[in-house]
Design a binder for this molecule. Structure first.
Ligand SMILES: [Mn+2]
Length: 282
């Protein structure tokens, strides 16, 4: 799988931020939705002692239906293997879309440890449970699909609404609001996410840990929950399909959700300002 050089060369210029820990998930390699270039940019800009791959890294479901594997997706695999070789501890927790790797739990491939779940101790002594998060689907079953009704689907439905009602008018049927239904679904999706976060945090509370890191619902978030008088941290590292987020732990144990498109935009702006200053001075 590993080649000598990736098709997109590793960027060696510029600073590489160093973190204690990095968590990413829901990359969905093997689908058109994966934002491979941004993830490559992230991987070339950030280093860490430990990296957790929190599931749905490869979309085996989609690959089985239709094989899609551009060079940039290979480049991501190349970078992750390279990182392990350079000494980063990499823990891979397969999700539901890459569940075929769950059979290898406990094994080590090219320096990548495969786990069903993990416990992470932060620099300031908090213990966090790390898991993909689909294990809570059974609890949430009635709401499961609602999580995937996003803004794009909503916009699409708003557009469809016009057509549906034009057709209904043609047949002398009364106006019927598809967007109203969609709005109701979006509200349910928001409720679903809130409920999901609560269920996951409660499970962490019951395990006696200080918090949980998960992925799965493609919604980066940090929330605090109260569980029997104890405060439980909920962290979701987001995804690389829409949000393009990563979760990081600084050397002192402080944690932060990075929104990579924002980081790139700020970097570009700084570079342009720098160029302008140089041009002015010259
Ligand atoms: Mn998932």
């Amino acid at each position: 799988m590993e080649r000598q050089q990736p098709s997109i060369p590793e960027r060696c210029d510029g600073e590489r931020r160093k973190y204690r820990t990095v968590w990413i998930s829901d990359v969905h390699l093997g689908t058109k939705g994966c934002n491979a270039e941004l993830l490559i940019n992230f991987l070339d800009s950030v280093d860490s002692e430990t990296m957790y791959l929190v599931g749905d890294i490869i979309d085996g479901w989609r690959l089985k239906k239709k094989f899609y594997w551009p060079g940039a997706h290979n480049d991501i695999v190349w970078r992750i293997l390279k990182r392990a070789k350079r000494g980063t501890r990499i823990v891979y927790i397969p999700g539901n879309h890459d569940e075929m790797f769950r059979q290898f739990t406990g094994l080590n491939f090219g320096g990548i440890e495969i786990r069903r779940a993990a416990f992470h101790d932060t620099a300031d002594g908090r213990r966090l449970m790390v898991l993909h998060g689909d294990e809570f689907d059974a609890v949430m079953l009635s709401h499961r699909w609602l999580a995937f009704v996003g803004d794009a689907a909503y916009d699409l439905l708003m557009g469809a609404n016009r057509w549906v009602n034009a057709a209904r008018r043609a047949f002398d049927l009364p106006y019927w609001s598809l967007s109203k239904m969609a709005k109701h679904k979006v509200k349910n999706a928001v409720e679903f996410i809130g409920k999901y976060e609560e269920v996951v945090a409660r499970a962490a509370g019951e395990r006696g840990v200080d918090g949980v890191v998960c992925g799965h619902i493609h919604t980066a978030e940090h929330r605090m929950f109260d569980h029997k008088g104890r405060s439980i941290e909920y962290w979701n590292d987001g995804d690389w399909v829409e949000g393009c987020n990563a979760l990081v732990e600084h050397e002192d144990g402080r944690m932060e959700i990075l929104n990579w498109p924002e980081v790139v935009a700020a970097r570009t702006e700084r570079a342009q300002e720098e160029d302008a200053r140089i041009a002015e001075a010259a």
